[in-house]
Design a protein around this ligand. Structure first.
Ligand code: ADP
Ligand code: ZN
Length: 747
């Protein structure tokens, strides 16, 4: 709590004047608003929602406290309606959100809105009937497959994997069209609907931890009594999840609750089933694929204490859990834990803060820890526990760099990789080809005049999507039909340049006609349920060649994959961002981690046009730890996080000069403030403004100003002054701006 709260308070809290209720209104303003109570003041407890008049309409706000106002009575409006007799947000969540709003310099009312499920945010009561769930009948428990009904078989097997009753929400996570399938299963008396949600089942399998896992678990077990942060630095497949489960089991036995946070893409039905199987308790799930009612239910179950485990994506960090005893943040390095718009919080960092306030342990896990966490570990703030072997006895894959410059490359794939593919396929194993670019080709160029089809709204080329015959901008979503002739010279000599997943798919289908190629990217899995279906096809071996983007990289287990080819590994080496190289390394290792997960050893071929690049070599030859250590040294030398604290002020405008000019003016004010304030002189500086690396996006020109300091406190002192200043700045109304503390990317 380094930041003062003064800026949030609309007046002093002198004990003279009128009694008022202080409200954080969901509006883009940092100050709180005072209202006259309707009836007794002490009904207005912090964490209760109120409907208040605001401007010409009304808004929902959260009570933060009560006090006295010296304003004239005529200037004060009365609260419209008190919506909760008891606070919907308990004290500790009010405190957490308040802390987060002050740390990220974001309006408290909007921060509360982020923390609340939609129905509560909109002002409805949030009362919801307890849902029903589905359980197997005796015959359902033993049946292996439903004749000629693959969807029913899949759903049946999913239920058999799960312990206790399974909710509609979880069935949907498994298959978007589950409802009709379930009806058939009920009709066949394989499944029945039950009212109560959680029913104790039986623990199906219990795994014996290996030595490293046991050591990690033992260590955390000795630290359960207060705040403690462990980083499980364990290679892919080393059994990190089993360690979380082992600790969670103890925590749940002492009647406490467990929160598990993970990136959206890591939240799979398999993972949920694994928790339910291992712990035999009520596991609730919270993610963006649920409808509002389902989210509300999961949130309630966490908040009323009936859920033992809550597994969710980033906003779950704000879910009330009255008996919280452990937080786990899986894939802690993943960028999606940081919200990139609106209230830009980092869920991992808030999880650590929440654990500290609640005096409970928090476990961060990753095969490729963030540089922030590694730095925290080297400063002794986090304890690192290593898992260096693959748990199930599988070997780590061999990794090799291939030079993809020069001639021995066909359609973006080197001959060496093609040869290896042939061998692997002939042995009946699977190949995964990774390219982080969807579509057919990233560029459509005219051979006659060399002009390129660009987006009308962005500084970007249009991507060719051959399947749909469209050109699409991957930045703003604009699209148009693929033209027949060049827009500049009208020649009909347009050619596709570069490779995307569709083109690789086409080429490999052609090259290996006896094998099935399956493409997994955002386009091929757009419809609900398609991703699960594709992943099931991949896992079963029905398709032998898997082509995909980073969707393929995370969490999934494909036992038959023994060869992974990474086609465009080096794009990150020259990224515009200070995090590009770190993210490149993490992605390569996550993708590589898909190889050889079972008994068969795997090989990873990494194609690069810069095979001599020292960082790429270190990554492949010496591993992530050494790679990360080098990057940390580099960040230190070049003064980037985690060695300095930064905040990014972004501005965008349809008028080209305006955003930059605005930031230049703001920079002057910041500089004057720095000189005027003795506590921050010489410690805070402002860099820029600079155009965003891609200046024009969706028709707006973007500029950014970086505010930085080696010490956190002075930076926050400047930001606490800056935010309200921006809110009242006359020019700020003409353009869009945002303040991003600990920004994740600079674009
Ligand atoms: P991670 O979370 O580190 O990627 P998982 O916990 O998913 O790893 O484990 C990878 C695989 O190894 C899973 O199939 C898991 O069931 C298995 N596994 C984990 N620990 C053990 C163990 N001690 N003995 C046998 N199998 C294990
Ligand atoms: Zn565009």
């Amino acid at each position: 709590m380094q930041v003062s709260f003064d800026s949030f308070s609309s007046d002093s809290s002198d004990c003279v004047g009128h009694k008022i209720v202080r409200v954080a209104v969901a509006a883009p303003l940092s100050r709180l608003f005072d209202y006259l109570p309707d009836g007794e003041l002490d009904r207005y407890q912090p964490g209760c929602r109120v409907r208040v008049p605001f401007g010409r309409s009304s808004r929902i706000g959260v009570v933060t406290g009560t006090g006295f106002s010296t304003l004239e009575l005529s200037k004060l409006k009365a609260v419209g309606e008190l919506l909760d007799e008891e606070p919907v947000l308990p004290k500790e969540i009010v405190a957490l959100v308040t802390w987060a709003a002050s740390y990220y310099h974001h309006p408290l009312g909007e921060a509360f809105a982020t923390a609340l499920p939609l129905q509560l945010r909109k002002g409805s009561s949030g009362d919801i009937e307890r849902p029903s769930g589905y359980v197997l009948t005796e015959s359902g428990k033993t049946l292996h497959a439903v004749n000629r009904a693959p969807a029913q078989t899949a759903l049946l097997q999913f239920l058999q994997l799960s312990v206790g009753a399974v909710s509609a929400a979880e069935c949907r996570l498994f298959d978007s069209r589950w409802s009709a399938t379930m009806k058939s299963l009920i009709k066949k008396e394989l499944v029945k609907k039950v009212q109560t949600k959680f029913q104790p089942g039986r623990i199906t399998s219990s795994i014996r931890l290996n030595e490293e896992q046991q050591h990690a678990s033992d260590r955390i077990h000795t630290m359960l009594q207060g705040y403690y942060c462990a980083l499980i630095d364990g290679i892919t497949g080393s059994g990190k999840t089993e360690v979380y489960l082992d600790v969670a089991r103890t925590v749940i036995k002492s009647d406490k609750q467990v929160m598990v946070l993970l990136p959206e893409i890591g939240l799979t039905p398999q993972l949920v089933a694994r928790f339910r199987n291992a712990l035999d308790c009520q596991v609730e799930v919270l993610h963006s694929g649920l409808n509002d009612t389902e989210r509300m239910l999961a949130w309630h179950a966490a908040a009323d204490g009936s859920a033992h485990v809550l597994i969710g994506t980033r906003s779950s960090v704000f879910a009330p859990m009255p008996r919280l005893g452990l937080i786990v943040v899986d894939e802690e390095h993943d960028g999606s834990l940081k919200q990139q718009d609106g209230f830009r919080y980092q869920a991992r960092d808030l999880a650590m803060m929440r654990a500290r306030k609640a005096e409970i342990p928090v476990i961060l896990g990753s095969a490729t820890p963030s540089l922030e966490s590694l730095q925290n570990a080297s400063r002794g703030l986090i304890e690192t526990l290593y898992l260096r072997k693959r748990a199930a006895g599988a070997k780590l894959p061999r990794m090799m760099l291939i030079d993809s410059r020069g001639g021995a490359v066909e359609n973006g794939i080197s001959n060496r990789l093609l040869q290896q593919m042939k061998q692997v396929l002939e042995r009946g194993e699977q190949v995964m080809i990774f390219i982080n670019r969807r579509g057919y080709a990233p560029v459509l160029m005219c051979e006659t005049c060399t002009s390129i089809e660009d987006c009308d709204h962005c500084d970007a080329h249009m991507t060719v999507h051959a399947n749909s015959g469209r050109l699409r901008c991957h930045h703003c979503g604009a699209e148009r039909a693929v033209p027949l002739k060049c827009g500049a010279c009208e020649a009909t000599t347009l050619i596709n340049v570069g490779m995307g997943t569709e083109r690789i798919d086409e080429f490999l289908s052609d090259r290996f006609p006896d094998y099935k190629v399956l493409r997994i990217d955002r386009d091929s899995t757009r419809r609900k349920g398609e991703l699960q279906k594709h992943l099931a096809m991949a896992a079963s071996g029905e398709a032998q060649i898997l082509v995909g983007t980073q969707m393929l990289a995370k969490g999934h287990n494909f036992p038959l994959v023994t060869l992974v080819g990474i086609l465009d590994a080096d794009r990150g080496l020259f990224g515009a961002d200070f995090r590009s190289v770190e993210q490149m390394g993490q992605l390569i290792l996550q993708v590589a981690g898909r190889a050889g997960r079972a008994e068969k050893p795997g090989t990873v071929l990494v194609q690069s046009r810069n095979p001599d690049h020292p960082l790429l070599q270190v990554l492949l030859a010496e591993g992530y730890s050494e790679f990360a250590a080098r990057l940390l040294t580099e960040r230190d030398l070049t003064s980037w996080p985690p060695f300095v604290n930064i905040a990014l002020l972004r501005a965008e405008s349809v008028n080209r000069a305006e955003a930059g000019q605005f930031l230049a003016d703001i920079k002057k004010l910041i500089k004057a403030q720095i000189i005027a304030d003795a506590e921050i002189q010489l410690t805070v500086s402002a860099l820029g403004p600079a155009h965003a690396p891609m200046e024009r996006l969706g028709g707006r020109y973007r500029s950014q100003l970086l505010v930085l300091s080696k010490q956190r406190k002075p930076l926050h002192r400047v930001l606490a002054w800056l935010r309200p200043m921006l809110e009242s700045h006359p020019d700020a109304r003409r353009l869009r701006w945002s303040l991003d503390v600990d920004p994740y990317d600079m674009l």
